[in-house]
Ligand binder design. Structure first.
Ligand code: UDP
Length: 314
């Protein structure tokens, strides 16, 4: 049985990855320090004999007994309000945490896939963003702690690949949504759905002309799985190229939820990217992958999750 370590296992993407690897017959070791993750996301896996959980902070030395074949490094605060609240942890998990896991991969002769981000493109001057674009990042702005940690992570990962011959994969993840996002993580989709469910107005930042491109979580997880088992070592974009302005997105959520509330405008946060859309040519060619679940279906599934969650906690 192949053994895989997943860091950030109790988080949004980490928990879905745990499910995917369990379903595909792997032994899964989940690791998380629970600063943004929640055990609720993986509690269904605890009775499974092929799953174990380590409560551990990967910025400290990481020890895993026994064989390890694959490592997926998904630990990090990942929403703008989380990394603003935890700037030093964010910098450390992307740098020191990545270094520890690369060292572990080298020692165990394991293949490692690290989670990078569309934030490496900063406020992009090229549109859509292809992997060749080097980005437009403000290193000392509020988002710099995340962007630079992830850029360092990519450099460190390729250095381990080139210098030590470690088998590495790098995924640049664009905005992703779905069940197990935190209602209070500040990101636009949980923010709007939470507001609609609580009967509050939807807060659009700036004039709402900035764009994002939202990928449903199941599509992303399938892409990550294919990337891990491909032989492609340079960074690869994964995301849904269907682009929408934040104002139109708010209108879609108003329509979906049937809320009587309206849009209110709030100041745009500093360095908020004006447009973001992945060029996924590489993923299509190399992985034969593209997203299958459109926003209408994905938003419906996510709304059902949040509606249940709010009811449960009421
Ligand atoms: N946003 C918004 N209202 C909110 C939360 C976010 O208008 O309540 C905007 C935010 O300014 C950004 C976009 O939605 O332009 C996506 O923000 P998010 O925090 O989801 O992630 P980002 O893509 O900026 O990392």
């Amino acid at each position: 049985m192949k053994r895989v370590l997943i860091t950030g296992a109790a988080g949004f993407l980490g928990s879905h990855l745990c499910d995917k690897f369990i379903e595909n017959g792997f032994y899964v070791i989940g690791m998380d320090n629970l600063i943004t993750g929640s055990l609720e996301n993986i509690e269904h896996l605890f009775p499974n004999k092929n799953f174990e959980f380590y409560h551990h902070d990967v910025t400290k030395f990481v020890h895993v007994p026994g064989e390890l074949h694959y490592i997926l490094h998904f630990a990090s605060p990942a929403s703008p309000i989380d990394y603003l609240k935890m700037p030093i942890q964010t910098l450390k998990v992307g740098s020191l945490g990545t270094h520890n896991l690369l060292g572990l991969a080298r020692a165990k002769k394991a293949r490692i896939l690290v989670a990078s981000t569309s934030e490496v493109y900063g406020d992009p001057l090229v549109h859509p963003q292809s992997e060749e674009y080097w980005g437009n990042v403000n290193p000392v702005g509020p988002r710099g702690v995340y962007d630079e940690a992830k850029r360092f992570q990519e450099a460190m990962t390729l250095a381990y690949h080139r210098y030590h011959g470690v088998e590495t994969r790098i995924v640049r993840i664009f905005n992703t949504y779905g069940p197990r996002m935190r209602l209070d993580d500040g990101r636009v989709l949980p923010a709007f759905m939470g507001q609609a469910l609580r009967g509050e107005d939807l807060t659009v930042f700036g004039d709402g002309t900035q764009t994002r491109s939202f990928c449903y979580v199941d599509d992303l997880i399938e892409g990550i799985y294919r990337l891990l088992f491909s032989d492609y070592t340079l960074p690869m974009n994964l995301g849904n190229p269907s682009e929408i302005s934040i104002k139109d997105f708010a209108e879609e959520i108003i329509k979906l939820t049937g809320t009587k509330n309206k849009i209110v405008y709030k100041p745009l946060p500093q360095d908020d990217p004006k447009q973001r859309c992945p060029d996924i040519t590489k993923a299509k060619q190399i992985l034969g992958w593209e997203p299958k679940i459109g926003r209408e279906e994905g938003l419906k599934r996510t709304y059902e999750y949040f509606a249940k969650k709010i009811k449960k906690n009421a």
